[in-house]
Design a protein around this ligand. Structure first.
Ligand SMILES: *[C@@H]1O[C@H](CO)[C@@H](O)[C@H](O)[C@H]1NC(C)=O
Ligand SMILES: *[C@@H]1O[C@H](CO)[C@@H](O)[C@H](O)[C@H]1NC(C)=O
Ligand SMILES: *[C@@H]1O[C@H](CO)[C@@H](O)[C@H](O)[C@H]1NC(C)=O
Ligand SMILES: *[C@@H]1O[C@H](CO)[C@@H](O)[C@H](O)[C@H]1NC(C)=O
Ligand SMILES: *[C@@H]1O[C@H](CO)[C@@H](O)[C@H](O)[C@H]1NC(C)=O
Ligand SMILES: *[C@@H]1O[C@H](CO)[C@@H](O)[C@H](O)[C@H]1NC(C)=O
Ligand SMILES: *[C@@H]1O[C@H](CO)[C@@H](O)[C@H](O)[C@H]1NC(C)=O
Ligand SMILES: *[C@@H]1O[C@H](CO)[C@@H](O)[C@H](O)[C@H]1NC(C)=O
Ligand SMILES: *[C@@H]1O[C@H](CO)[C@@H](O)[C@H](O)[C@H]1NC(C)=O
Ligand SMILES: *[C@@H]1O[C@H](CO)[C@@H](O)[C@H](O)[C@H]1NC(C)=O
Length: 439
């Protein structure tokens, strides 16, 4: 056979594989095979991971392969971390999911904390066996890997998936990103045509935009103003700037046909009076007559309550079918967060809203001052289990063979290297751990 012909065939097979999702990682914890799912995401098993055990869930109703297995860990005092390679200086969405699926046939459901490196992420509380618990953050990679850690617990711990999505350009840039991780509280697609979420491939970054008519575990939309109607278009909406929301999300909206559009967002599991940020997404998607206008005042709980921020979507976006995205950083959100939009007297149309995102800020814990030296030390022993514990050597829980002092950025005071089969000279890296008093 002609070799170029063969190449053509090969390309035919390889191209769909190579045209992968750049910057995506889908780790099927406890899985054994690589596969593509119904929406085209390619999953890989965590079979190189050294800790915990794989097992099958006993799901019958859920077809998603990634939920048919879990990796689980005993109840103990240590942490279990997955290290994920990233590119320093880029922003990532990090998502972890937990679907119990009755994997241990135990009616006492797990509860444990999760950290990203040394920084607290979320508390995972399992309350039933069939609903996946999902938690997500947007982070700036400040080192070449991120580590997702399941922290010590008196209950069995488990994990179903870990997903990474790399953002491009300045998406989700904030001046606080070196001090805070952005914990995703709500991402709402208003005017959604069904209960289904919008995600990949409609969102090339695979954010999950929840339908405003479905029930969310993290928030509830209450006190919806009368006269609120869904509107939708099939015309393209220009979305390629700022946070680049998916077109499908921007093609639907809610409109306050009686002059006001208001919601109260009940942040059920996120009772916080602290730093947060809010992203509002608007686009004019109705065909207004040339003599018609849509102008409204927006009242936010984080602003002075008497102040209305004027919004004219078409003017702000530079035309119809174009994104206008005001963002509010470093705001405080009450448990009941009201959003109120009121049509101005000279406007012929009521307020419109296409989508909304809220993040709260988790203060970054930079962990041990010796972490760079320790990362460099353990990288010499890629085959050794003790060198693969991952995460920060001291925080929030130290590695099993490391002792740290109690400084806010702890220093290592002792290493138990006996029985670790270290041969030859004392590794150079140890000379950089200045507080070390014992080997
Ligand atoms: C999990 O399920 C797979 C396929 O259904 C099966 O081959 C495997 O033996 C099961 N593993 C365990 C630990 O039950
Ligand atoms: C599960 O798979 C069956 C057959 O493979 C299919 O008919 C059904 O729609 C799937 N259900 C879900 C929720 O994907
Ligand atoms: C992550 O990066 C390290 C160091 O560059 C490399 O040895 C390792 O193979 C990478 N892991 C994966 C899963 O790509
Ligand atoms: C999670 O962390 C918080 C704060 O450090 C702590 O109060 C809580 O007891 C932890 N929960 C579990 C289940 O470990
Ligand atoms: C959509 O979700 C709501 C709230 O959970 C539920 O009441 C409704 O039945 C769902 N509709 C469909 C079509 O599934
Ligand atoms: C909207 O306003 C009109 C007239 O002001 C009123 O008749 C109608 O009942 C209102 N609709 C709703 C849903 O409040
Ligand atoms: C706009 O113009 C149309 C006819 O072109 C007219 O029917 C309508 O009442 C006008 N609307 C307003 C708000 O003036
Ligand atoms: C708009 O109309 C309301 C009620 O008719 C009136 O109280 C208010 O002063 C008007 N606002 C402006 C800016 O004209
Ligand atoms: C150390 O080496 C011995 C012999 O090669 C081996 O049996 C033992 O498992 C090793 N221990 C560790 C912690 O790697
Ligand atoms: C020790 O730290 C210094 C300065 O931080 C660095 O230049 C050097 O490469 C480190 N040595 C080792 C062996 O890690």
């Amino acid at each position: 056979m002609d070799i170029s012909f063969l190449l053509v065939i090969l390309q035919g097979f390889l191209l769909p594989l190579l045209k992968a999702q750049p910057g995506f990682l889908n780790l099927d914890c406890g899985g054994t095979i690589a596969y593509a799912d119904d929406i085209g995401l390619r999953w890989i098993p965590d079979s190189n991971y050294l800790f915990g055990k794989r097992t099958n869930t006993s799901l019958t109703s859920n077809n998603e392969t990634q939920y048919k297995t879990v990796r689980y860990f005993p109840a103990d005092d240590r942490k279990y971390c997955y290290n994920l390679n990233v590119t320093t200086g880029l922003r990532y969405l990090v998502r972890a999911t937990f679907l119990h699926g009755n994997f241990d046939r135990n009616s006492v459901y797990p509860k444990f904390n999760l950290s990203l490196g040394a920084t607290y992420w979320d508390t995972i509380t399992i309350t039933d066996v069939t609903t996946p618990v999902t938690t997500e953050m947007v982070v700036l990679a400040q080192s070449p890997f991120l580590s997702v850690c399941l922290l010590a617990s008196s209950s069995v711990r488990f994990i179903s998936t870990i997903e990474l999505r790399q953002f491009i350009g300045s998406m989700y840039y904030s001046e606080f990103e070196r001090q805070y991780l952005m914990f995703m509280v709500a991402r709402i697609n208003f005017g959604a045509l069904s209960n289904a979420s919008v995600r990949y491939p409609d969102d090339p970054f695979d954010r999950i935009w929840e339908s405003d008519s479905s029930r969310s575990a993290n928030y509830q939309l209450v006190d919806v103003s009368p006269g609120t109607q869904k509107v939708a278009t099939t015309k393209p909406v220009y979305v390629s700037w700022d946070e680049e929301p998916p077109m499908k999300v921007m093609q639907t909206a809610v409109v306050g046909n009686n002059g006001t559009l208001s919601y109260t967002i009940y942040l059920a599991n996120n009772n916080f009076q602290r730093h947060a940020s809010a992203y509002l997404y608007f686009a004019e998607i109705e065909d207004l007559n040339p003599n018609e206008t849509r102008q409204f005042g927006a009242r936010f709980p984080w602003g002075p309550t008497h102040l209305e921020v004027p919004v004219n979507v078409m003017e702000n976006a530079g035309g119809k079918y174009r994104l206008y995205e005001p963002v509010f950083f470093d705001i405080s959100l009450p448990l009941l967060t009201p959003l109120k939009f009121r049509q101005t007297n000279d406007s012929s149309r009521g307020p419109i809203l296409n989508a909304f995102e809220i993040f709260k800020y988790n203060l970054i814990n930079f962990g041990s001052l010796d972490s760079t030296a320790m990362d460099s030390l353990v990288s010499i022993y890629p085959q050794k289990e003790w060198a693969q514990e991952g995460g920060d050597p001291c925080s929030p829980i130290p590695w099993t063979w490391v002792q740290c002092n109690s400084d806010s950025q702890p220093r290592i005071i002792s290493l138990k290297l006996s029985g670790k089969n270290l041969t030859g000279n004392i590794p150079q890296q140890l000379t950089n751990i200045s507080g070390l008093v014992e080997l």
